[in-house]
Design a binder for this molecule. Sequence first.
Ligand SMILES: [Zn+2]
Length: 226
Amino acid sequence: MDEVLEQLKDGVRRFQAEVYPQRAEMFEQIANEQQRPQTLFISCADSRVNPNEITSSGPGDVFVTRNIGNMVPAYGEMLGGVSAVIEFAVSSLGVKHIVVCGHSDCGAMKALLQPESVAKMPTVTSWLKNAHAALTVAETLHERDIENRSDRPLLEVLTEQNVLLQMQHLKTHPSVAGAMAVSELTISGWIYDIGKGRVLVAEDGERSFTPIEPLKATADEAPLRV
Ligand SMILES: [Zn+2]
């Protein structure tokens, strides 16, 4: 018996028994409508990153593409899955916002710092070239202690610089450039801290990341003072 497949089937059974019945009406409704997601979310394929969970979104809300290191090859570099997703999301679905989301403890970022760890994986090695400029920028900022970057682990600086680089690459795609030119599309870069549940955001044009402020407790939710 294939244990992993059985675990997956159990998961489907739980979905069918517990999740679907509670929201059957919504599922039936969206099944008969054209999808209209407002956001394209580009994240790492890392199994610990769950775009729907961290944005509290559900079916139909977010168009998602994931790959190793949340990368966006510059237009023309590698015409493939990522470029096609971007073009479709912007030109056909008309998404209003694109997020490039990096995360803590990213294996792709670690591999950039230790290329020998992926030496036997030629496809991965080639894919990581999409972030080489970020590696140079991160190393330079870290070495020269620009904006106190040397106080922080190089991995953290690289993770941020990779997101900023991929945002630049995004703008080389004609569909993105066109929609941004007429203010129909905005983009942002995110860093998701898996262990802390924290999300930092750099809006377009910003060079540093700012934490999203927590929900403020309303009067009803405020703790009782006795
Ligand atoms: Zn990753």
